[in-house]
Design a protein around this ligand. Structure first.
Ligand SMILES: NC(=O)c1ccc[n+]([C@@H]2O[C@H](COP(=O)([O-])OP(=O)(O)OC[C@H]3O[C@@H](n4cnc5c(N)ncnc54)[C@H](OP(=O)(O)O)[C@@H]3O)[C@@H](O)[C@H]2O)c1
Length: 335
């Protein structure tokens, strides 16, 4: 395939960053990815005039809606939008709606309908994968479509895992908590000082609870466990301990024993079931996560036959856009 047509479902930080990345790489793409539709919470617009995209970007960055941009041409209803995506030969939808860790909606309904109608999907939305993994797989099977979700965990799944059984996954999967823990250990800041610094640096959210309470790590390790270990586990079943000022005593312990503290998500086979947990752990020098400081993330996959495979997550400003583009090419290219 020479060209791939995509639709952006969600045009916030991630959607706009992807658009800027596409502009930056311009013609230097193989295959070329064309933006053919954009949807926000007001509705969707099919893009027939590529020159309009930059005007739409400026309009959105001013905090306005797609409906206000093109009141006569926009589509409001999901069923009409999906029909238009098919009519316009969209090869892949890129979904970046706000994540909803309670039930995955409204993205779950969108993606189930899209996949079952034969539309491929790349998602970066953890909520939909945590709550709808099986439903989405079934929808993809019935629609003969494909789903990719590397952006939900940030960690690329090594190809070698395909012909082996994964028996354990461990990961430092949240950059914000790793940044805070690094500052507590290397700069000897208190938890609150390190959190404040992370917020000032634009790394932690004003409300940091999803990160520091371990929810983000719990979602990511659960997605990996469901995808690779058929865990069939729910978010409520994940044993979860985040980081707080109480983590200081673990850090003090690490200082006297030459170990470091990282927030580790873990999924392992135990007594015939996959157990999933998140907790700050003391790690010694031979741990693959010992040197993983700042916002760096990585995972280790242990298999029954072939040992362990290590995978770094990409980091940096363009990381999520690069991950999405790779997923789009992989999903469309493998059909
Ligand atoms: N930011 C990152 O670096 C990053 C990295 C990995 C994953 N993620 C995930 O990416 C997703 C998006 O993050 P973001 O920072 O781009 O969020 P955001 O800035 O809040 O953007 C969300 C977009 O979704 C649109 N939207 C909301 N409800 C909708 C609906 N019912 N139908 C259609 N569109 C709807 C919003 O419309 P309006 O514009 O009209 O409000 C907005 O355009 C989240 O799930 C996040 O967890 C983000």
């Amino acid at each position: 395939m020479k060209e791939i047509n995509i639709a952006l479902l969600g045009f916030g930080n991630v959607g706009r960053a992807l658009l800027r990345q596409l502009e930056k790489i311009g013609e230097a793409q193989d295959p070329k990815i064309n933006l053919r539709a954009i949807a926000d919470s007001s509705g969707a617009l099919m893009i027939h005039t590529p020159e309009l995209v930059n005007v739409l970007l400026t309009h959105k960055e001013a905090g306005r809606t797609i409906k206000a941009f093109a009141p006569a041409a926009f589509l409001a209803h999901p069923a009409d939008i999906l029909k238009a995506f098919q009519r316009e030969h969209i090869h892949c939808i890129v979904e970046s709606l706000p994540t909803n860790i309670r039930d995955g909606q409204p993205a779950l309904d969108w993606l189930t309908a899209a996949l079952s109608q034969g539309l491929n999907v790349v998602t970066v939305d953890k909520g939909v994968m945590v709550h709808g993994f099986d439903a989405l797989q079934q929808a993809a099977a019935s629609g003969n479509s494909r789903l990719a979700f590397t952006g939900t965990t940030g960690v690329a799944i090594p190809d070698e895992l395909a012909d082996d059984q994964v028996v354990e996954i461990r990961g430092v999967l949240n950059g914000t908590t790793n940044y805070i823990l690094t500052a507590m250990q290397e700069q000897r800041l208190s938890f609150n000082e390190a959190l404040g610094m992370a917020q000032r640096d634009g790394i932690a959210e004003p409300d940091p609870s999803l990160d520091v309470e371990g929810w983000d790590t719990a979602c990511k390790i659960l997605i990996l466990a469901n995808a690779l270990m058929k865990a069939d586990a729910k978010l409520a079943e994940v044993s979860r301990l985040g980081i707080s000022d109480a983590t200081q005593s673990l850090i003090d312990n690490g200082r006297t024993t030459n170990r470091v503290v990282r927030l580790v998500g873990r999924a392992r086979l135990w007594q015939g079931r996959v157990r999933v947990s998140v907790a700050p752990k003391l790690l010694d020098k031979d741990s693959p996560f010992y040197a993983l400081s700042g916002t760096a993330k990585a995972a280790v996959f242990r298999t029954a036959e072939r040992g362990e495979f290590f995978s770094y997550a990409r980091s940096g400003r363009d990381a999520i856009s690069q991950i999405i583009l790779d997923d789009v090419r992989s999903v469309v290219g493998s059909q």
